[in-house]
Design a binder for this molecule. Structure first.
Ligand code: CA
Length: 229
């Protein structure tokens, strides 16, 4: 398990590379993109726990990226700005950023901020371990590893629980089978994505009130699966 998934959006390769190196060294899973458009698509597929977002970006600027991330949920954002850029802390906070670092910054300082923001948001290890996830007809406890639907407690195997919990922790995000193998099975994907298919079928039969017409565990044809909240 990593410390968490961090999406770094930065168009200056040197800065991106340094940030990536420091975050990886501290155990974070890191993806780098260099413009705002790529940031939004990677936000969907990588499902980060936190976004480090440069303000001045090609294609779509950091303000707009931040707004769109906010519109999609509570994922924390740390803004990077150059000294003298026409933005101050207030503007950053108005956009919904959680913290704010001015360039040039020390990479150690940024990593410390990432840790602090993740701790505050309660997602430090990316597994949201103690959170209760509630949906109208379904409830999961990450710490107790229990699931209840309208009919009462649902008995799941450890792996089924991990899969459900992972999907439900990232509502609306689409994951491919290899991504789920990687995240939930904890070892390198060796090519047998049908394992995911089998687990998903069992999960539906246990969790969904009508497994033939799943309410939460949706197939996205040609891509993979998502949890519909
Ligand atoms: Ca920039």
């Amino acid at each position: 398990m990593t410390e968490g998934r961090v999406l770094v959006v930065e168009d200056e390769p040197m800065v991106a590379e340094v940030v990536e190196r420091y975050l990886r060294r501290d155990g974070y899973d890191v993806e780098i993109v260099h413009d705002g458009k790529a940031a939004l698509s990677e936000f969907q597929t990588f499902a980060p726990d936190l976004v480090v977002l440069d303000l001045m970006l090609p294609k779509i600027d950091g303000r707009e990226v931040c707004r769109q991330i906010r519109a999609r949920g509570q994922t924390p954002v740390i803004m990077l700005t150059a000294r003298g850029e026409e933005i101050d802390k207030l503007v950053g906070l108005e956009l919904g950023a959680d913290d704010y670092v001015t360039k040039p910054f020390s990479p150690r300082e940024l990593v410390a901020r990432v840790k602090a923001v993740l701790r505050r948001s309660g997602k430090q290890d990316g597994s949201a371990e103690s959170d209760l996830l509630r949906f109208d007809d379904l409830q999961l406890s990450g710490s107790k590893r229990t699931v209840e639907n309208k009919n009462g407690p649902v008995q799941l195997t450890a792996r089924e629980f991990d899969l459900l919990h992972y999907l439900a922790s990232h509502p609306g995000h689409v994951f491919s089978r290899p991504q789920l193998m990687d995240e939930v099975w904890d070892y390198e994907f060796a090519g047998d994505a049908s394992t995911v298919t089998v687990h998903m079928r069992r999960l539906r039969s246990k969790v969904e009130l009508d497994p033939s017409r799943p309410r939460h565990l949706k197939t996205v044809w040609g891509v993979g699966y998502k949890f519909e909240p």
